[in-house]
Design a protein around this ligand. Structure first.
Ligand code: ATP
Ligand code: MG
Length: 426
């Protein structure tokens, strides 16, 4: 009987996982679980191959979608469409099958990585033997410096994998491994990138959007929804909270000098964010601040705004320029959504020149003139939640009203409110 060869997808997990000696098992389990979740609507079968790979079988017609999905799974370093065979004898048949699928080429190289050390031949021997066979079959010459085509052989405990392609995935730590955070999401360019960068460090991200409806349209909320829907591809389930800021802003306009308005808005936002984070199990806040980008992001103003919460505020973009952030947003696909016109709550009633240096005493004195407690309560009473799932493309119909300030409700005890998220957030 001829040796069996099969077309599969070989997934290689991000090498950083290998460094986590004590937690390695947990990292691998989370990575595998995420791969399965990302393919949950497909008939793919996944098998863990020690130490850092996953073999995936799926019907041929599903392979393009499968590939596209896996390229979005955080924790994967690269994927290879490969021919798998259990034995050395099968490698020749695997090579024949792969060559049939490839256009002609004039030069090539073979690279072998032998993870399974019990096999008697060295990597160099395998490369030479297979190289000789390919040369004989195709007439192409070996060129190790600049080959037109590279063949990769991986020798893993379950057999040989032969591939002519490696597709780079996002890398990073598997989503969920680092715990839950709450990202403050405007409709702008920076905050979705900040959220995504925390996903790359293994965080599961909840989102919180502040809006000024009914003083402005629902546009910013719609953008936040579109952004979360896109980012859900990377974490499979997302919660997006909406909290109104309009009433607080109206008080600020009457009582506070224009130059301090943005700092006051931000402090109010962080107080609300802390409450949401604590109620919904997030251990840190995430913001898209970049040092010096605008007046609210000077060191003094960041210190004044951060002072209202004891939660860590993660600012993954703090050292990046706007150009670098835009480049990431374009790659991520959020840029086109972010640049659509909207009316962000922070641009409402703000001075042309905001104070670049605020101090706590001044800002606390201004806040003392405002009914802070009741404004916080009322904003939280109007908190709305929409949930998103991937692979399911549309937002789930469940939208809920969370329990009011201080009620100590967990998400499980929230009551269904409005079946249409779009309605419920306006
Ligand atoms: P972005 O930073 O997302 O591009 P932006 O540049 O308009 O939007 P900034 O003024 O730079 O917003 O705000 C700094 C950070 O504050 C944002 O990255 C975000 O984390 C938070 N933030 C600002 N506005 C909002 C909002 N309406 N809702 C939630 N978070 C917000
Ligand atoms: Mg910004």
């Amino acid at each position: 009987m001829p040796p069996k060869v099969q077309t599969v997808l070989l997934v290689n997990l991000f090498h950083e996982i290998a460094l986590k000696r004590n937690n390695r098992r947990r990292f691998l389990q989370t990575a595998l679980q995420n791969i399965r979740r990302s393919l949950s609507d497909m008939s793919a079968r996944c098998f863990y191959v020690p130490p850092m790979s996953v073999r995936i079988h799926a019907p041929a017609e599903q392979l393009p979608t499968l590939q596209q999905r896996l390229l979005q799974v955080i924790g994967i370093e690269y994927i290879s469409p490969a021919i798998w065979t259990k034995s050395w004898e099968g490698l020749q048949a695997a090579t024949d099958l792969l060559l049939e699928q490839l256009p002609p080429f004039s030069s090539f190289a073979v690279r072998c990585k032998r993870t399974e050390k019990r096999f008697p031949m060295s990597s160099a021997d395998i490369e030479r033997r297979l190289g000789a066979y390919i040369r004989e079959r195709t007439g192409a010459s070996v060129n190790l410096r600049a080959p037109e085509r590279t063949f990769w052989i991986r020798l893993l405990p379950d057999g040989f994998y032969l591939a002519a392609e490696r597709l780079t995935a996002p890398g990073g730590l598997p989503v969920g491994i680092s715990g839950r955070v709450l990202a403050l999401l405007s409709g702008g360019i920076d905050s979705p990138v900040a959220a995504w960068r925390m996903m790359l460090r293994g965080c599961h991200v909840d989102f919180l959007h502040f809006h000024s409806f009914p003083l402005v349209s629902t546009r910013s909320q719609e953008k936040a929804q579109a952004l979360v829907q896109l980012l859900t591809r990377y974490q499979y389930h997302s919660r997006l909270f909406f909290v109104p800021l309009a009433e607080f802003q109206q008080h600020v306009v009457v009582r506070a000098p224009a130059a301090y308005r943005v700092v006051l808005y931000r402090r109010f936002m962080y107080r609300l964010a802390e409450w949401v984070a604590q109620q919904y199990g997030a251990k840190a806040l995430v913001s898209g601040d970049s040092l010096g980008q605008v007046s609210s992001q000077t060191l003094d103003n960041l210190a004044t705004t951060s002072a209202v919460t004891t939660l860590p505020i993660l600012r993954p973009l703090i050292g990046m320029s706007k150009q670098e952030i835009i480049a990431q947003a374009r790659l991520l696909g959020t840029y086109d959504i972010s640049v659509q016109p909207d009316e962000d709550c922070c641009s409402l009633f703000v001075a042309r020149h905001s104070a670049t240096r605020s101090d706590r005493q001044t800002v606390e004195a201004l806040e003392a003139q405002l009914p802070m407690e009741s404004l916080l309560h009322r904003a939280l009473e109007q908190l709305k939640l929409a949930e998103y799932r991937f692979p399911s493309p549309a937002p789930t119909p469940s939208s809920q009203t969370a329990a009011p300030w201080g009620a100590g409700a967990s998400p499980e005890t929230t009551t269904p409110h409005d079946p249409e998220p779009r309605e419920s957030v306006s």
